[in-house]
Structures are given as C-alpha cells and as structure tokens.
Design a binder for this molecule. Structure first.
Ligand SMILES: [Zn+2]
Length: 410
C-alpha cells in the first residue's frame, strides 16, 4: 500500500515536471545516460592566442594532448554524439587551420584540431552549463618555437602512444590444413576519418563499408571461405590495427577497399585501380595515393612511428615477405583480369601503403572508383553495380585460390 503511494507520488511529480523542459532533459538523460551531445564548435582569437570552443549538452571528462608531424591537438572524451552544423571545422583562424571530430573507437570520441605551427596548449577545461549557456569545452593555444614544442611533447606523451611504434605483430594462429581460407576485407577509413568525398558529400568511408559488406555476403555464400571485416560500422581503426587484425585471423588474403578522388581530371579518372606494397613507388600517382591513404592515422590523431618508410623497407628484406609479395602480385593480377572493363588502368601499381604490411598475408589495396567522377559516384552508391563488381571480385578470389591449390599447399 505504501509503495503504491510512493509510486503514485512519483508519477504525479513527473506529470507536473513534464510541462517543463527540465523533465524532458531528465527523462532523455535517463534513457541515454551516456550520450553527451556536441552541438556546435567555433574558433576565436588570433595568432597570439587561439581559442577552440565546443558546446556540449553536459560536462564531460576530457583528455587533451598534442601530437607532432603534423601539428595537432587531440581531445579525447567518452561517448560524445556529434550533432554539429554542416560545414563546421573548415574555418581557418589564428593558429588553427581545421578540425574534425567523430568516433575513434567504440565508446571513445575524439576531436582532432590541426595547427599551423609549433604551439603550446595554454589552457584546456570544460565549463559547467550556466544560465542559458551550454557546457563548453575550451582549448587555448599559444605559439611557441619548435624546440619548446618538442620538449613539451616528450614530457606529456601518453604512454600507449610511446609504445605503439615498437610493438611487434602477432603470430598467425595455427590452422587445420583442411580449414577454409580466411579472407579479411578492410573497408578504409571510418569514424573520425571520412576519407575522400564527392562534391555532393558522398563519403569514401560509407561507400567502401557498403561494398565490403556486400562482398563479404557473396564470399560467404560460396561456402568456400571464412570472411571477416576489419570494421563493421562507422568506427575509426588505425592502419596498424587493420594489419594486426589480418595477422591474428591467420588471413590467407587481405583486401583493403578504398575510393579515390582526382579533381584535376574528373572525366579521365574513372574506374578501379589495383595496388600492392613496394619499397619504391611504381609511379608518381601511386606514391601520392599511398601518402594520402597513409595519412589516415595522422588525420585521426594516431602517433606515427618516426620513420614508417624504414619499417616498410625492413619488412621487404625478409625472404618470407618476398613470398608474400609474390602472392600479393598473383592476387592483384587476378583482380585486374576479372575487372577488365571496370579498370582505370590495367597496370599494377605499387607504393609504401602501411595497411599492406602484414608479413604473412598476401595483401592488395583496391580503389573501387573515383568519387570525383560523377559516373563513378553513381556506381559507387548503386546496388546493381556493387553486385556486378562483387561478382567479379569473387571470381578473382576463386581464381587466386585455385592457382594456389594447383601449385602448393598454403
Ligand atoms: Zn582511402
């Protein structure tokens, strides 16, 4: 009886409160206790002192730190839902040249602020909401010289960033000789890193995820392969973790899927291009593309090993790696053979793609088309095209494994 009375009293309280916005906020907060909404952001000040401000629905704990090459400020926070206005992040002001935001890992959100030169984080704090003002994240930057910037960076480097570069790759698991070959499909970019985008805002991260999911379903339907995606949703994944994922799964093939953008020759740049790993880039275009794709980590605010080219070179010396390289080329040629009419070039291109560095996994990077080309863009979002292109890739993969079975056990 008494508990009913309490229940009734609660209902009444809520009914009274329901007419005020406070109750709506409370019930929303109850439903999504973790969701903090970032509604807007802006940059104020000048080169002497530049302030980054983000409006939040409530106070949140943040971790703010600097990264070098390129100069960046990283703001990490748990579970922020970004509902920023269109076009935010492109304004240049004072020391800040641009910023971006998004999901960095499940439950972990990140804002990456690009800075034009050496700087110091003078202040970083989050203000409680007050009166009609939302909660606010404030980061103040001041200019400094390179030496001071580097010294401060060493002092404050987060421990996991420092050790990431020296981590060794996991050993592949031992698999039964008659087990189905494992294929890892790697939709590029994701979360905070959208990749490239078309003039209408179709993003690379979305088209490559849709394509990878459709290809996975096709490969599984053959009953011949075990297939995994490096990411299943709009989450960012560092390049190294994609490589590790393939190693850990004991992949027999790794296919990284991307879409390109070439604004200089919108008409000519059309169709798919196949790339493998090499120490020396096959041509200027491949070199530029590898730089662009390798930049994914920097965009998302991952600290890079100090000399990633050296890492690529070291791996290539290894004999086992050479065999992997041969297999990668066989697979690449198989794709070129099947895609024929859908290719940008029949030439096999190669460069130092960091995502193709798994030492034991034949790896190919496929640019499925150009988002800068309006016809390609139509294809990239079309189910019918995805279906045709997917069928050709299944043929290419079947062809690759048929050759391998004919030649030697693997
Ligand atoms: Zn890409």
């Amino acid at each position: 009886m008494s508990s009913m009375r309490i229940g009734a009293a609660r209902e009444l309280a809520c009914a009274v409160l329901l007419v005020t916005s406070a109750c709506v906020v409370t019930s929303l907060a109850h439903a999504e206790a973790k969701a903090i909404i970032a509604q807007d952001a802006r940059v104020a000040g000048d080169r002497e002192r530049t302030r980054f401000i983000a409006d939040l629905s409530k106070k949140v704990d943040v971790h703010v730190f600097a990264l070098a090459s390129p100069y960046r400020v990283i703001v990490d926070a748990p579970d922020v839902n970004f509902q920023m206005p269109e076009g935010v992040g492109k304004e240049k002001r004072g020391l800040i040249t641009a910023y971006r935001y998004g999901l960095f890992a499940p439950g972990k959100s990140r804002i990456v602020i690009d800075v034009g030169g050496p700087f110091l984080i003078d202040k970083a704090f989050v203000l409680e909401p007050r009166d009609d003002q939302p909660a606010r994240l404030v980061v103040d930057l001041v200019p400094t010289d390179e030496k001071t910037f580097q010294a401060k960076l060493k002092e404050t480097r987060p421990p996991e960033q420092a050790s990431a570069a020296s981590m060794t790759l996991p050993e592949p698991p031992v698999r039964a000789p008659d087990a189905k070959p494992v294929i890892v499909l790697d939709p590029g970019h994701g979360g905070i890193d959208p990749g490239t985008s078309s003039a209408d805002g179709v993003t690379e991260k979305d088209v490559v995820l849709a394509f990878a999911k459709s290809l996975k379903a096709k490969l599984e339907a053959t009953g011949r392969y075990e297939v995994y995606l490096t990411r299943e949703d709009d989450t960012f994944l560092p390049l190294r973790e994609r490589v590790e994922f393939a190693q850990k799964k004991g992949a027999g093939l790794f296919l990284s899927i991307h879409a390109d953008y070439f604004p200089q020759q919108t008409e000519k740049a059309t169709g798919a291009t196949v790339y493998t790993l090499s120490e020396q880039a096959s041509d200027e275009e491949a070199k530029e593309l590898a730089t662009k794709e390798n930049f994914s980590d920097a965009l998302a605010g991952v600290a890079l090993p100090s000399d990633s080219d050296e890492v690529v070179a070291n791996i290539l010396i290894d004999l086992a790696q050479r065999e992997t390289q041969n297999r990668s080329s066989v697979f690449a040629r198989s794709i070129v053979g099947e895609l024929a009419g859908n290719l940008h070039t029949r030439k096999l291109r190669s460069a130092g793609f960091r995502v193709l560095k798994a030492p034991d996994v034949p790896s190919v990077l496929l640019e499925i088309g150009f988002l800068s080309n309006p016809d390609d863009e139509k294809h990239l979002v079309s189910d019918a095209w995805r279906d045709r292109m997917g069928n050709s890739l299944v043929e290419a993969i079947d062809g690759y494994f048929a050759k391998r079975i004919a030649r030697a056990p693997f």
